[in-house]
Write a protein that binds this ligand. Structure first.
Ligand SMILES: C[S@@+](CC[C@H](N)C(=O)[O-])C[C@H]1O[C@@H](n2cnc3c(N)ncnc32)[C@H](O)[C@@H]1O
Length: 256
């Protein structure tokens, strides 16, 4: 498992925090007693929960010590739990489970979602956002570089690409039988990036991690150089030199 690095992740904090804002805006709860931020990372999504629900007891859960260190510094008033969410049962009176940009990293996440939903009381909410960008150039080029370099035969490199997300229909059929309402939507962001290198830096904090973790230092440099070259070819500068990073994301708000 590749380690998470809070500093790398936070290089694009503003852009990365917009989807959890958009997700939270659709959560139909006014005064939840207990809220859990699953995969809270450095606490950027937890902070939104604190602002929206000042009276709630809010906790963050993450498996990365580096992310949790950052989150604890940022929000000393919250409790943070180091745990793997696949083996976690929320406290019985938890009314909101908020999972922004985490379920795509969880093996068999559909089963995990169902299990977490089952732990919610009637009216409780599971709110989820996942990048749905496996068909975008930016991730296709990662697979391209992975398939062509000297590392191509390494099973860890072969396993590093994320699978496509299931369809909205599949999530509806999965969740609705145990929910009173399921709201699913997509949002496509067009992030303004300064340079091709900025795009590479963004993904060093997320989907490039499993590739880079499988390589030694020299191969890592070679992988990043090949990827940077492809990104520069694929993303053309706009009139002011900036690039637009197209980024589709899938949102789910499921009410028990
Ligand atoms: C992309 S970050 C999301 C951070 C934050 N929620 C946000 O909205 O920007 C994903 C986080 O999920 C955590 N994570 C991944 N798999 C996990 C698991 N099985 N259990 C707990 N945390 C996990 C990682 O450590 C990382 O901090």
């Amino acid at each position: 498992m590749a380690y998470w690095n809070a500093r790398q992740y936070l290089k694009f904090e503003d852009e990365r925090t917009r989807p959890p804002r958009d997700l939270l805006a659709q959560v139909p709860l006014r005064h939840p007693r207990r809220v859990l931020d699953l995969g809270c990372g450095p606490g950027n999504s937890t902070e939104l929960l604190v602002e929206r629900f000042p009276d709630a007891e809010i906790a963050g859960l993450d498996s990365s010590p580096d992310m949790l260190r950052e989150a604890r510094q940022r929000l000393p008033q919250c409790s943070f739990i180091e745990a793997n969410m696949t083996a976690w049962t929320p406290e019985p009176d938890t009314e909101l489970l908020f999972g922004n940009a985490v379920f795509q990293w969880v093996p068999d996440h559909e089963r995990v979602m169902r299990g977490l939903l089952a732990a919610l009381p009637a009216g409780g909410v599971l709110a989820v956002q996942m990048p749905d960008n496996t068909r975008e150039l930016v991730t296709a080029l990662q697979r391209d570089v992975a398939a062509r370099g000297p590392w191509a035969g390494d099973p860890r490199i072969k396993a590093a690409a994320r699978a496509d997300l299931p369809s909205p229909e599949a999530y509806y059929d999965l969740l609705k039988p145990v929910c009173t309402a399921v709201d699913i939507w997509h949002c496509v962001y067009n992030h303004v990036m300064d340079s091709p290198q900025a795009i590479v830096e963004w993904f060093k904090g997320s989907s490039l991690r499993p590739y880079l973790a499988a390589l030694d230092a020299a191969s890592r440099e070679a992988f990043l150089a090949a990827y940077s070259e492809k990104i520069a070819e694929a993303y053309k500068p706009r009139f002011d030199g900036k690039l637009l990073l197209r980024f589709p994301r899938l949102f789910i708000v499921a009410v028990r």
